[in-house]
Design a protein around this ligand. Sequence first.
Ligand SMILES: [Zn+2]
Length: 460
Amino acid sequence: MFRILSVIIPLLFFSLKLHSQLFIIEHTNIVDVKNNKLIRDVSVVVENSRIKDIQKNTSGYKGQVIDGKNKYLMPGLWDMHTHTWNARYFFPLLIANGVTGIRDMFGSMDSINRWKKEIAEGKILGPQIYASGPLLDGPKPIWPGSVALSHENQVASIIDSLKNKLKVDFLKVYSLLPRSVYFKIAEESKKQNISFVGHLPNQITILEAAHAGQKSQEHLLSFIAESADSAEYIAKASKNLLTDSSLKNPLARAQLQFATFNPSKLSVIIDKLAKSETWICPTLVVNNSIGRMRDTIFTNDPRIQYMMPGMANRWNPANDFRFKSVPDTYYHLQQKMFDLQLKIVKEIHEKGIPLLAGTDYPNPYCFPGFSLHDELLWMVKAGLTPGEALQTATLNPARFLAITKDYGTVEKGKIANLVLLEKNPLENIEHTKTIHMVILKGQLLGKELLQQLLQQLKQD
Ligand SMILES: [Zn+2]
């Protein structure tokens, strides 16, 4: 199988034998992500895959001792918007960066179900995965591999087979869904007891999706467009009700929307959205990179060396059907819109709408693992405190996925997916990168092993 396994597996069995019974992280500081404070100088006992105890004094326990002094123990991170089409490269990057859980938003369920099994059996190192499988899109889908839906009468059986045959954890709706099909998905997903998330379809408004029960909206789609004073005018133009044909061009529409953005309209939308159960996954990393993917700071990013061969080529806009023929003005507009999106995230957060950290890897310059830390930094730049940013990748994902019994915090009884840091992330969010050790379902992965995981990728 993977060449990397020949290195990892002996190490794994080695670590399993030595450490899986019981170990104690002594005198460490727990990052309490519920209350955004430290619990100082406590010892954490891990047995098999769970946190067995947390005490000031754990002298009653016998096991391997890990010195946690002057270190900070936080929950493993979640990336809530991923496309994991390669395990060999992506899993080591996730684990080495302390990302121990992902929400996969479009990928092959054959691969994902196989990886889940191999991870559970201890054959490969990988994160906890929740996955959507294929996209639900309109009759002419944007991406190959999507489910093409043109009529509502297709919906019930498709949802049944996704849920029961492919074993998806939730559904992902996409941009080109017709309105009637979208609302049928909303109705049928309630009946079949499965949630739906994803893009805001072009034909649906933010509040319509919220009221239909779409659990999360990705990428901040339509926040600027719907807040524009020109929104009604553009809607008429797209329905060919006006003679102004210049607005047929999506770039011209976006420029007009941006130029006529009205913050008070935005506030009305966000106020109403806050009364719904909607979660927002802004994917700031990808929203930023699509505006700057020709900049040398991106094209020379040293982290490209950890990606599979050919990735830099794939990320070249000239080779991407979405970007190959867009003019310079497109990139300039994207950059200005991104600055505005940071302000939108701030208001979404201040009005109490819960946020999820997601990167959308492997879109251009979105790196598995590394970019989750970038997403947290963007959250802070948008106006969240470091603790609030950390919640978007720990506690919030666990709440969103309804798995707080096992994940999301460092507490007794939870699965031991943990990251031991050298510096306090509540002081500076970039301290999440000072990883000393990752604990993956109770397995200790020290700094050296994590470095080896990365080195192995570089050699390929
Ligand atoms: Zn995506």
